[in-house]
Design a protein around this ligand. Structure first.
Ligand SMILES: Nc1ncnc2c1ncn2[C@@H]1O[C@H](COP(=O)(O)OP(=O)(O)OP(=O)(O)O)[C@@H](O)[C@H]1O
Ligand SMILES: [Mg+2]
Length: 597
């Protein structure tokens, strides 16, 4: 139960609404218990006047008039109370269900908000499906506790109190017999519910297999078709689908036992009342009207008592779900705000003996890295795949913290900055480009508060993508990604560069951002960069040498270590790794020219 304590703050927020709901439950229950009393009076009245019926079965005129009047009066009383009770039931649902929906929305927002703060390490450990599930499925299970479960429990409590009091006042003997089958009914329903629950969760798991399967096929449809594996894919899906159907049929079987079992037990209760009550009436210990009232009370108890079973399993499910939600809510990201310093950065970046080991795999990606970029300077980091370049970028962005050593920005340990301040001031182009399914303008303006086509076009120009965008029929309003145009790798990279530049940051961090563009475009961008980068500090990560950009320092990484460091001509003179890469690149370029590509 302590898992659900997290929800108390929401209950406090909506306490008046919920209390109003509870008040409505009490009123509606209290009123409903009057109706059997009216029926009792009416039946007793009729029974008492049987003497007015003569042997031929004729009723005297005077009595007919009185009976009609009385019965009409009972009818009106009954109708009035039923209407009032119905009104309160309506209000109860309106207040409690509405607050449960509000709490659901609040909880979803809180979880979403928290997700935004979690670090990369967290996202590596949990898959998207799991994250989605907790914010949708689990939250809706918790809502069942916040709304219906609480409503049914309160309802059950007051119904039992009011109804049993009246029954015991009428005839304790019969009352006792009415109550005997109820716990059995309750338990049986709980038991069946558990079975249903187990079957449903199996179905849920199968369904998620099925959707993942279908989704994979759709996303990979080009590979599937290219390898002519359609038949096998269909066969596999068929198998999964069959398994899903089996589980559904199993659930249907359990479901079909449910209602007959319930009707049977309710029937037992009712016949018990008729039997025991009949004897009591025969013995003159109870009026026929009271027996009728008893039958009504028995019916009134049935629904809330049978709801006890599934209220209990609803609460159990909510506990399990809230536990899963709390697991995420209580996760404290390792990457935190430190002292929360927020100051404009000049752009000095210093690594001092930084080493880094990936926590999950234990792979040591960086070993004793030291370098310094002064404000306005440009650093190139070159190295083979897997040498640790992206890891350096991730450390600068504080996606991870260094395992040892220190990283400073303008002389302040980056751990002391507020993450917001630090990241906002760096223009970062990640290696794996991600664009949102929105317009190109919106994608380029992502880091700004407002998107503006003109400004976006200027920066698209710097990233050498402007003319290509203008050639799209809808230009800058073209929607990118799943719902729109599929961009080429190189186009995506350049939009991502424009997105970083438009923030006008003092620091730029570009991770292999030209790997997918051709040499001509690469050259064009390099030429633009000299102007774009003026006065900014920049770290440019690449596996190719950009000889057109003037770098103040070049680092050559190998296996997480700096193996060479210096300016372009110094490194060429050295004749080491860098010179080797350069020569290879020149050779490739010459080959390209010769083949005319
Ligand atoms: N999230 C991660 N968890 C565990 N190990 C990782 C992770 N990311 C990278 N590594 C490992 O760290 C090492 C350095 O990876 P990194 O991505 O920094 O290389 P890179 O120089 O950027 O390579 P590339 O040129 O291919 O982008 C590699 O051995 C890689 O397997
Ligand atoms: Mg990389």
């Amino acid at each position: 139960m302590k898992n659900l304590a997290y929800l108390n703050k929401y209950f406090a927020k909506y306490k008046w609404r919920i209390l109003a709901g509870v008040f409505c439950i009490i009123c509606s229950n209290l009123l409903s218990t009057y109706n059997p009393e009216f029926v009792q009076k009416a039946v007793d009245e009729i029974a008492a006047n049987f003497k007015n019926v003569n042997n031929a079965g004729q009723v005297s005129e005077a009595f007919k008039g009185k009976l009609t009047k009385d019965i009409l009066f009972f009818f009106l009383e009954y109708l009035g109370v039923a209407l009032l009770a119905g009104g309160f039931t309506f209000l109860m649902r309106q207040t409690i269900n509405v607050s449960s929906r509000m709490i659901e929305a609040d909880l979803k927002n809180d979880i979403y908000n928290h997700y935004q703060k979690l670090d990369v390490a967290f996202y590596r450990r949990h898959n998207t499906g799991d994250l989605m599930n907790r914010i949708t499925e689990d939250v809706s299970r918790v809502r069942m506790y916040v709304g219906p479960a609480i409503m049914y429990s309160v309802n059950l409590f007051f119904t039992i109190v009011f109804v049993t009091t009246r029954m015991f006042m009428k005839n304790p003997h019969v009352a006792l017999f009415v109550l005997i089958p109820l716990p059995v009914l309750s338990f049986l329903i709980y038991y069946i519910n558990e079975l249903v629950e187990k079957a449903s969760s199996q179905i849920q798991a199968k369904l998620s297999d099925l959707t993942t399967d279908a989704q994979e096929t759709y996303s990979g449809i080009r590979v599937v078709q290219a390898y002519a594996r359609e038949k096998e894919m269909v066969a596999h899906f068929d198998e999964e689908s069959e398994a899903y159907k089996e589980k559904q049929l199993n659930l249907a079987k359990i479901d079909s036992v449910y209602f007959p079992a319930m009707s049977f037990l309710i029937g037992c209760s009712v016949s018990l009342v008729v039997f025991i009550g009949g004897i009591q009436v025969g013995l003159g210990k109870m009026t026929p009207g009271a027996l009728a009232a008893f039958l009504m009370f028995t019916n009134m108890l049935m629904w809330p008592v049978s709801s006890l079973g599934f209220t209990a399993s609803m609460i159990q499910r909510a506990i399990a779900s809230q536990k899963r939600i709390n697991e995420f809510l209580n996760y404290k990201p390792d990457i935190a705000d430190g002292k929360g310093i927020d100051k404009p950065l000049q752009g000095e970046i210093a690594f001092e003996h930084v080493s880094f080991t990936y926590p999950d795999t234990g792979i040591q990606a960086l070993k004793d890295i030291s370098f310094k970029v002064k404000p306005g300077e440009r650093l190139a980091i070159i190295g083979r795949t897997g040498s640790g370049k992206t890891t350096i970028a991730d450390l600068v962005m504080r996606m991870y913290d260094a395992s040892s050593g220190k990283i400073y920005m303008d002389g302040t340990d980056i751990k002391d900055f507020s993450l917001y301040s630090l990241r906002r001031q760096i223009g970062f182009v990640p290696q794996d480009v991600f664009l949102f399914s929105e317009t190109i303008t919106d994608n380029i303006s992502f880091g700004l508060d407002q998107s503006d086509k003109q400004t976006a076009a200027v920066y698209a120009g710097y990233a050498s993508i402007g003319s290509e965008i203008e050639r799209f029929p809808e230009g800058y309003d073209t929607i990118v990604g799943e719902r729109g145009v599929t961009l080429s790798g190189g186009q995506k990279q350049r939009i991502s560069i424009a997105r970083a530049l438009i923030k006008k940051p003092n620091i730029l961090l570009l991770d292999d951002c030209l790997s997918a563009v051709d040499t001509a475009t690469e050259k064009e961008i390099q030429q633009n960069f000299d102007q774009v980068l003026a006065g900014k500090s920049a770290i440019i990560i690449t596996h190719r040498i950009f000889s057109l950009i003037r770098f103040d320092n070049i680092i050559v990484l190998e296996d997480g270590k700096i193996v060479e460091q210096g300016k372009h001509h110094e490194l060429l003179q050295k004749g080491g790794v860098y010179a080797g890469i350069y020569e290879k690149q020149l050779y490739e370029q010459r080959a390209e020219v010769n083949t005319g590509s």
